[in-house]
Write a protein that binds this ligand. Sequence first.
Ligand code: PAF
Length: 262
Amino acid sequence: MSLGFVPTMGALHQGHLSLLKKSRSQNELSLCSIFINPTQFNNKADLKNYPSRLKEDIKLLGAAGCDVVFTPPVSEIYPGGLPSEEYDFGQLDKVMEGVQRPGHFNGVAMVVARFFEIIQPQRAYFGEKDYQQLAIIRSLAAQKFKNIEIVSCPTLREKSGLAMSSRNLLLNERYQIAAQRIYQRLLSVKKRAKNANVAELELWVANEFKKDGDLVLEYFEIVDAKSLKKSTGWSDFPEHVACLAVFAGTTRLIDNILLKIN
Ligand code: PAF
């Protein structure tokens, strides 16, 4: 019997449910975990403020046909206390989120590895909004879990274009409106990429955010869609991905867009 696994940290939205839908279409049974993993938060306030809505989440999953919901306590996932395992992802965690959130991907890998060991799914589902995380998980699976197929699922967006994220719950009305500009700028990047080089685009994005009263850009990088190595020109790689992290007030949001230039 095939088992599909959808790992989440709760505060579920349609994006999560689209992963479950995909899992249900490919497996006989689907399991969703809800676990706010302390080892992937490099910032204590971020962990404390992370939205939690367990009751509503369980209802949503039931209505969406999830077979099993796994909501373990921290002591079940890390019975010996928080571990200090170190993973090697080469270049993949040396850029973008890896630089801004030291230890984050090691914590993600730790918890996903633990889940893979406990649940032993045939397939596991991850969203493309967390593009770098997806690359890390593919590398983890290639290193330690060759039997588990990693299935990527497209980013779901609000009508406004804002990428669905549990963190959107933390945005007040002012920042909800401001956050819509993130994807609009990524779409402009894609359009402008036909007539501009990488450095020009990076400068354009930096300037747009400098002029923005409500959004603060943490990083914007154009990298190889596979290795995540920094792109210096369009001919460097067959496909690039433009990724950014932005603060809307105190809420940190990430998004990305694929760029196929040639
Ligand atoms: O993407 C997430 O929600 C988390 O990083 C994950 C994969 C559930 C691990 O805690």
